[in-house]
Design a protein around this ligand. Structure first.
Ligand code: TXA
Ligand code: MG
Length: 344
């Protein structure tokens, strides 16, 4: 199959993409977080093709992308008023809400769960495609399963050229890490994945938030977890990644002590000079965390190279969007972190 590359700014793109979706095909769609691999979320055969193209385990559910909160009762029931407050404040935007699923949502889409994850993306073209298709679009991140997510159309082409009908090129994703996921099916709201909407912002609206254990620690692959995707090894380049925590000076001393040829350093732009002998790659500026979230997956893709022996990574500290960057980097490192302040 020849994969069509459609520009988000061409007037006919939304109609072409919607037509492919309606016929059960696969279209990679731009969003503000990452590119998604989209199909008709109510068509089990189309959804099956997503799992096949990604090599995704069948128990890992997909997010349904909709055009607004008015669609919540179409696909969900027992919707708390807090869901509407979140949608009002953060949609369209990088927030996914988990709610009890109506029976019209196929089990193939929810990975067999009785709940469904719903999000309204910011990208205008993507919302237009959903509107024209007349169905919710199920879309996981468009990477091959286990690989760093796709934040440009080139990343999607690299992973799926010849396997999907089309890619809508909307340029690089502005947030760069996947949406925040909050589960509203229990008594207390639970953060399943941090993202562009921060825990602080959620607490402001919800007044309460439990942080799921999958956010902060490595989960055993046989464990029962709320977000099945969180237990799989993720975002990971082929070689081991270790996060070196601590002050700029202590971290540089640790890395210089341990660095051998074949290793690489993933650092902040401000640190490039410090690591000039250690084959550094910067993913953004420490003093502007939005550049770190936007640049992380692209950098991890460059580092996904079998000739590299080991990657030493620098990670931003603090809350806000830095919390999401920490989560993705820790997962890429399988939670392998050394404290440069403690050991040299
Ligand atoms: O930003 C995003 O959310 C992107 C773009 C394309 O919208 N999509 C995305 O999808 O990141 P994916 O499939 O790569 O990650 C979805 C996560 C997985 O960890 C999955 O297990 C979880 O959401 N999830 C989906 N449905 C769920 C549900 N009903 N309950 C709990 N977790 C769910
Ligand atoms: Mg993903």
């Amino acid at each position: 199959m020849k994969t069509m590359l459609l520009s988000a700014t061409a007037p006919e793109t939304a109609a072409i993409a919607a037509e492919i979706i309606k016929k059960g095909g696969l279209v990679a769609i731009p969003t503000e977080t990452v590119y998604g691999l989209g199909a008709d979320g109510l068509n089990v055969d189309a959804v099956a093709r997503i799992f096949e193209a990604k090599g995704r385990p069948g128990d890992n559910p997909l997010i349904l992308h909709v055009t607004g909160a008015d669609q919540l009762p179409v696909f969900c029931h027992d919707i708390p008023e807090s869901a509407y407050r979140l949608a009002e404040k953060f949609w369209p935007g990088p927030l996914t809400i988990v709610l009890p699923a109506n029976t019209n949502v196929p089990k193939r889409t929810t990975g067999g769960l009785s709940t469904v994850a719903i999000r309204c993306p910011k990208s205008e073209i993507t919302r237009e495609i959903i509107r024209l298709a007349g169905v919710p679009i199920a879309a996981p991140s468009a990477n091959i399963s286990g690989k760093p997510s796709t934040t440009t159309a080139e990343h999607v082409l690299h992973d799926h050229n010849g396997k999907i009908e089309a890619i809508v090129d909307g340029g690089p994703c502005s947030v760069g890490v996947e949406s925040t996921i909050v589960d509203l099916t229990e008594e207390r709201p639970r953060l399943l994945r941090p993202g562009g909407v921060t825990p602080e912002q959620l607490v402001e609206v919800l007044g309460d938030l439990v942080i799921d254990k999958a956010v902060t620690a490595q989960i055993d692959k046989d464990a029962v977890v709320k977000a099945p995707g969180m237990k799989y090894r993720h975002y990971a380049p082929q070689e081991p990644v270790v996060i070196v925590a601590g002050s700029r000076e202590k971290a540089a001393a640790y890395i210089h002590n341990h660095f051998v040829p074949g290793d690489r350093v993933l650092c902040f732009e401000e640190e490039l000079e410090l690591y000039r002998d250690c084959n550094p790659l910067a993913y953004g500026r420490e003093d502007d965390v939005a550049t770190l979230s936007a640049g992380l997956f692209g950098a991890l893709r460059i580092l996904d190279d079998p000739t590299i022996h080991q990657v030493y990574a620098r990670c931003p500290v603090g809350g806000g969007v830095a919390y999401a960057v920490q989560n993705r980097l820790k997962k890429a490192a399988a939670f392998h972190i050394v404290d440069a302040e403690a050991e040299l």
